[in-house]
Ligand binder design. Structure first.
Ligand code: TXA
Ligand code: MG
Length: 335
């Protein structure tokens, strides 16, 4: 048995008080946590993840009352959203209070803050008695972890303890909302949907444009090592690809063109929240099978499907699929 993975909240709390790094479960994904008020400990998070220093972290607190300690201003709509969705998978970006270290906000005058709903995360925050800075507990750019085993595989030897709270129930990162005056602006899609925010706040915008407001929203992110391709119809895609070794991740049913062992269905009933819960685990699983290509069926672009497609587009972005095609063509030419 590995003594650096366990469900002992007291051990995790003590290590955090000593300035160490601990992976913690949340309802969205596992976080790589450190005392947010200890600049040295927070710096270690960036080192361990290989995270660019201009990409700020989210501060996690034990309850909604504590949010006020770390922010300088609170628009009315922020208050409403917090009352409606926190504790839960919503992060608010607000002007920061003095005392929040520069390293946490990457020098910005705003701070991202959230109250996780996972019971073990809340126990940990209470017992440590500290705000915790925590990005997702994956090497920068790779798929986020939704189990303790995922964290162990990629960062296991770099953290003091992995608090095992079971598989994450939501499965993708929180929705991040900034504010333009009283208007909520979605900086990252998540399980709290645009429709839900609109209903509570009466107004909502989606951040667009070339300036990346949440610096972590790089075009390439959440990527498996295996090239990944997004399609509307995997069966049609497969016809062109045989005999390449392929795995398929589909939303709600198997495809006819490939043996079922090579496929993962995310939600047999076509429920987008269930699909979110299983998506990253499916990507991790497919990534270790040694396929040449992973094909993923796009989700209907509504509800949580918007966030899922957003993550998938970043996972597929870049040269990986192009390189795969190039390699394949070279291979064919040399025959
Ligand atoms: O569900 C989640 O949010 C998970 C769990 C562990 O809480 N955390 C997470 O953290 O996804 P991370 O670091 O992987 O993503 C945080 C995102 C990044 O894109 C970062 O750029 C953005 O939040 N962010 C943080 N502070 C910000 C700020 N002051 N202004 C704008 N964006 C900010
Ligand atoms: Mg992340």
């Amino acid at each position: 048995m590995n003594d650096r993975i366990g469900a002992d909240v007291s051990i995790a709390a003590r290590l955090l008080q000593e300035g160490k790094l601990v992976a913690m479960p949340t309802e969205t994904v596992y976080g790589l946590a450190a005392n947010a008020l200890d600049a040295g400990a927070v710096r270690r998070i960036y080192e361990v993840k290989g995270r660019p220093s201009n990409n700020p972290l989210i501060v996690h607190v034990a309850d909604t009352e504590q949010i006020g300690r770390y922010v300088a201003e609170m628009p009315l709509t922020a208050e409403r959203l917090i009352a409606a969705f926190c504790p839960g998978p919503l992060t608010v970006v607000l002007p920061r209070a003095v005392g929040v270290p520069d390293v946490v906000t990457a020098g910005r005058d705003t701070v991202a803050i959230r109250v996780p709903a996972h019971s073990m995360a809340r126990q940990l925050l209470q017992e440590a008695g500290l705000p915790l800075a925590a990005p997702s507990a994956n090497p920068s750019g790779y798929i986020s972890p939704t189990t303790a085993a995922h964290v162990w595989e990629t960062l296991g030897n770099k953290v003091s303890y992995i608090l095992d709270g079971g598989p994450c129930s939501a499965g993708i990162e929180s929705t991040i909302v900034g504010f333009d005056g009283e208007v909520p602006v979605i900086l990252r899609h998540g399980v709290v949907t645009r429709e839900q925010i609109l209903q509570v706040a009466g107004n909502v915008r989606i951040h667009s444009g070339t300036k990346i407001l949440a610096p972590g929203m790089a075009l390439s992110h959440y990527s498996p090592r295996t090239p990944l391709k997004l399609v509307d119809d995997p069966d049609q895609e497969m016809a062109a690809l045989l005999p390449v070794r392929v795995g398929i991740i589909t939303f709600d049913g198997y495809c006819g063109t490939l043996p079922r062992e090579q496929q993962i269905v995310l939600s047999a009933t076509g429920d987008d929240e269930t699909a979110a819960k299983h998506l990253y685990a499916a990507m991790h699983d497919m990534d270790v099978r040694g396929y040449e290509l992973i094909i993923v069926k796009l989700f209907p672009d509504k509800g949580v499907g918007v966030a899922l497609n957003d993550r998938l587009e970043r996972a597929a972005y870049g040269h990986k699929y192009d390189n795969f095609l190039k390699r394949n063509n070279t291979h064919n030419d040399s025959k």
